[in-house]
Write a protein of this length. Structure first.
Length: 427
């Protein structure tokens, strides 16, 4: 098979350690929890030793705290170290990078949608481990990484960049859409009928599902997996996606600097990638330690998401013992300003979650604030008078008399070039 041969050649050139790491991960998915924790602690000990010896930032941090690497022997010992944020990664970028040599390094960067883009060097082992983690998730859906696939990402390219992207996509047996006119949509959907999976920004997958359902395109119902990345998968997406593709959208959760954090199994549970990361939940925030990256150590990193971990003894019927990430509740955003008080942007998540769970009203929304004490709620789709009243009641439950607000319905929310943000503030 040509696509497999091409993939294998590219993999051996770019990521020579990937195949062995994939075999390791497939074996480790059968481990008991005690074995997984033991492996994490072994990798943590290696990581802090390398960070202390080769990163001036971490050496200074340890020394200021009066700690030695030998003081960090268990996951519980991690609490002795400070939590770091993206601000530190940007400010002390060169000091965090280690000075030891690597056979191969890749330039990596974050998307920058929540602020300044972070650039760093990722060693080949870490890059390969991250890809192997993704491929393990694919294997749960009987998907090979060289299978034909449709891809949704940014497409605001110049003509020359578009050509480069098409070559890269061809090498990965991948295709994407560059405009949403009916002709291009029809071509994309036709290609989807021969594809094995579809992936990319969850809001863009949802947008395509709506187009398929509303314009009477022939539906591509042979997909094994529809995967959403980089954005929260809103439950309101799923009805349109199931209708268009025959299956629900599953979640892959991670970041450039942390690697893959969790991947959803066939039974609907997001299993933490314990071999790659240590996840802590501190005041409902996720704190991540990347166990595999030695070129740019990430230790106790505040990623910027609210999460909810399942209870420790919860087990998935798929058989894996990896703990379950029950929910990525939302992005930690800017404060919401009332007339007299401030509020967390997480309020919007709870407003619309309550409407879905208790009133059966699942809505796509975006909230904007340009002036203190005033909010604009944009709702996709229409609302009956009764439904509008329910939304108003829920908003007033959280903000009471401290906020003036306007609700506008039948609004198009999806951004085709960047991540969809549920709250935008110019204050």
């Amino acid at each position: 098979m040509f696509s497999k041969l091409l993939f294998k050649i590219g993999q051996n050139l770019r990521n020579p350690s990937l195949q062995n790491l994939y075999f390791f991960l497939k074996e480790a998915e059968k481990w008991k929890l005690e074995q997984l924790v033991s492996y994490q602690e072994k990798k943590l000990f290696e990581l802090v030793n390398i960070a202390y010896e080769y990163s001036s930032y971490y050496k200074n941090s340890f020394d200021l705290l009066g700690l030695k690497p030998s003081d960090i022997k268990s996951i519980e010992d991690l609490k002795k170290l400070p939590i770091i944020s993206k601000k530190e990664l940007l400010l002390y970028n060169s000091e965090i990078h280690t000075t030891n040599s690597f056979k191969k390094l890749f330039e990596a960067n974050t998307s920058g949608t929540s602020g300044e883009s972070l650039k760093f060097k990722r060693d080949e082992h870490a890059d390969s481990f991250n890809r192997a983690s993704i491929f393990r998730g694919y294997s749960w859906y009987t998907i090979k990484p060289w299978d034909r696939n449709g891809y949704f990402w940014g497409f605001d390219f110049s003509k020359s960049e578009e050509k480069k992207v098409k070559v890269t996509d061809w090498l990965q047996n991948r295709f994407r859409i560059f405009s949403y006119n009916r002709k291009d949509v029809a071509i994309f959907i036709r290609k989807l009928r021969k594809a094995t999976y579809l992936h990319g920004y969850s809001s863009m997958v949802y947008e395509m599902a709506k187009l398929i359902n509303s314009q009477n395109f022939k539906k591509p119902l042979k997909l094994k997996m529809v995967k959403g990345t980089s954005e929260k998968i809103v439950e309101a997406y799923q009805e349109e996606i199931k209708k268009a593709f025959g299956i629900k959208m599953i979640s892959e959760y991670g970041a450039a600097e942390t690697g893959i954090i969790a991947f959803e199994c066939r039974n609907g549970n997001m299993h933490i990638n314990m071999e790659g990361v240590i996840v802590e939940e501190v005041d409902n925030e996720i704190i991540v330690t990347n166990l595999q990256m030695k070129s740019f150590p990430i230790i106790r990193y505040r990623l910027g998401d609210y999460i909810k971990l399942a209870v420790k003894d919860k087990r998935c019927s798929c058989g894996m013992h990896h703990p379950i990430l029950e929910e990525v509740t939302g992005r930690i955003g800017k404060l919401v300003y009332g007339k007299n008080n401030t509020y967390p942007s997480l309020y919007f998540y709870y407003i619309f979650k309550n409407l879905a769970q208790h009133k059966g009203l699942e809505l796509m929304y975006q909230v904007q604030q340009n002036k203190k004490g005033e909010l604009l709620f944009l709702i996709e789709g229409n609302l009956t008078k009764k439904e509008l009243n329910l939304v108003q009641q829920e908003i007033e439950t959280y903000f009471k008399k401290d906020m003036n607000y306007t609700i506008e319905v039948s609004k198009k929310l999806v951004s085709k070039n960047t991540k969809l943000k549920s709250f935008i503030s110019t204050i």
